[in-house]
Design a protein around this ligand. Structure first.
Ligand SMILES: [Zn+2]
Length: 90
């Protein structure tokens, strides 16, 4: 068994993704690049509301799906130390 790289569902070894939409989402997620300055701006100068607006504008400008962009920003925030990773459940 192998795992879908996007949703982590178990899939047959012969498949790369569990579905067409997972494949599309996965490649879109990889394509999303978030400049460090943007990360710094939304975490340093924006309130939560302003941050949401900025993220929405950013998604629209690049025609990215907002939920994917939010996921990526979440990951990056943790990676860059703006946020601490959620506690892992054992
Ligand atoms: Zn999947």
């Amino acid at each position: 068994m192998s795992h879908c790289p996007f949703c982590k569902k178990k899939i047959a070894m012969s498949k790369a993704f569990c579905s067409r939409s997972c494949k599309e989402n996965y490649f879109q997620l990889i394509a999303i690049q978030i400049p460090k300055l943007f990360m710094k701006r939304i975490h340093t100068f924006c309130t939560e509301e302003e941050k949401e607006v900025e993220i929405e504008k950013f998604a629209l400008r690049h025609k990215w799906r907002i939920d994917l962009l939010q996921n990526k920003i979440e990951e990056e925030s943790i990676r860059l130390g703006y946020k601490t990773a959620p506690a892992e459940n054992d």
